[in-house]
Design a protein around this ligand. Structure first.
Ligand code: ATP
Ligand code: MG
Length: 402
């Protein structure tokens, strides 16, 4: 016996009233996109539910892919069989074997097709008894079972569902707008991107690089990080902005101690300009309060002054260890720790101001004019599109070589 379906449940979206239809449509599209590699699988939507018809695709691989799609709260394998007691017995046994840790279970049968000869309250003990006879070490607990096996008898056949698997939670990407993420090659910003996406936000990225001080490898690192993030959405568009000239000008013309603060303000300004052009309504950063000199309360206050766009800082209250845990979970950690120089680590002042004064920052900055440099950097940016479908395809092609 084989699982034929995966049942998808989406809790939080149900709360969204009028938007619900839009959310559901977006989720359907996102699941279809994520399952593009599983050619035979078909995704369907019914009232308040969604399911994947496996059509012979590997149930566990499809489950794993669905578990990465935001907006899904829980999932179960399901078996579709004929309305036949013997097949039902076999199906419940198969479904419970999916949960090797389950010590207690409950069968909940529902008979929508009243022409089926056995009423639900008689079916529960028949199916439960079959499990008890064939599986050691499990018992029935109707109040608080480790696993509840749901059996639905419908006209078109019966469905048996296994235990609940956890989904990624959150909201379907594309359902709440777009944010421009400032993506460095570090550990934090990819995690911030992931957490922003979790709230249904589509992301586009800006990366500042400073050739020849930063290498092609440093740039590639950021593209690789974006590829990991694209798995959760669809595509990630990255704007790679040349930043050398602005950094050199800050270094030459402004006092050392305020260099870092002003450099961050330039980054923020350019990001806001790109956000405006691209229709993003917010900016996301990987800042975490108190982590480094640029992330003190005073620094954030002085840097934030240049934009009135909402700045989403998903990591602001997190410890480094918590951030690293997420980075490992989403497979960005190993890329982030590759040792290539980032534009922020060059031209670092010997003694950066950890508590810059907001007004002093403004007056120092005004002693030089950066408007042309900003426009030039914007015009010379390179745009790269990372598509999770295409990167999966590339990998398939490479795998033929080995
Ligand atoms: P990360 O691990 O994300 O690099 P960090 O701990 O190194 O963060 P900072 O260097 O202070 O902290 O950077 C704070 C935030 O500024 C980053 O999380 C990122 O959002 C943004 N940022 C830093 N450098 C760049 C860059 N070269 N390009 C784009 N954004 C950047
Ligand atoms: Mg960094």
């Amino acid at each position: 016996m084989q699982f034929s379906h995966i049942l998808i449940r989406f809790g939080e979206m149900a709360l969204k009233g009028k938007n619900r239809k839009h959310f559901e449509r977006q989720l359907l599209e996102n699941v279809q996109y994520r399952l593009h590699g599983f050619k035979k699988a078909v995704v369907k939507k019914t009232r308040g539910r969604m399911y994947v018809l496996l059509n012979g695709e590997d149930p566990h691989q499809v489950m794993e892919a669905c578990q990465q799609v935001f907006g899904i709260y829980s999932l179960s394998f399901a078996i579709h069989i004929e309305n036949d007691v013997e097949q039902l017995k076999e199906a419940v046994l198969h479904a419970i074997s999916e949960d090797t840790e389950a010590k207690t279970f409950k069968i909940s049968a529902k008979r929508a097709d009243k022409s089926f000869p056995v009423p639900s309250d008689e079916l529960n003990p028949i199916l439960g008894g079959h499990i008890l006879r064939h599986l050691d070490g499990v018992r029935v607990d109707v109040h608080d079972p480790d696993v509840e096996l749901k059996v639905e008898i419908r006209h078109e056949g019966s469905y048996v569902t296994s235990k609940d698997y956890r989904g990624a939670g959150g909201l379907p990407i594309g359902s709440t707008g777009k944010s421009m993420i400032m993506l460095s090659g570090g550990i934090d910003s990819p995690v911030a991107g992931y957490l922003t996406m979790k709230r249904g936000v589509e992301i586009e990225a800006v990366h500042f690089h400073s050739p020849p001080y930063t290498s092609e490898r440093a740039k590639q690192k950021v593209l690789d990080l974006a590829e990991k993030l694209s798995v959760y959405g669809k595509r990630v568009k990255i704007h790679i902005v040349p930043f050398t000239e602005i950094q050199q000008k800050i270094y030459k013309e402004l006092p050392d101690s305020y260099g870092m603060t002003i450099m961050r303000r330039m980054m923020m300004r350019i990001t806001e300009r790109i956000a405006k052009e691209e229709g993003a309504l917010a900016i996301t950063t990987g800042e975490s309060l108190g982590q480094v000199a640029s992330q003190t309360m005073e620094s954030m206050n002085a840097i934030n002054e240049v934009t009135n766009y909402p700045v989403i800082r998903p990591l602001v209250t997190m410890d480094k260890l918590e951030i690293i845990d997420i980075a490992k979970k989403i497979n960005t950690y190993d890329i982030s720790i590759r040792p290539y120089e980032d534009c922020c680590t060059i031209f670092v002042p010997k003694e950066p101001k950890t508590k810059p004064d907001r007004n002093k920052t403004i007056s120092i900055e005004q002693t030089a004019d950066f408007s042309e440099d900003i426009t030039k950097a914007l015009h010379s940016r390179e745009v790269v599109h990372i598509d999770s479908k295409k990167s999966a395809k590339q990998k398939e092609d490479f795998s033929d070589l080995f």
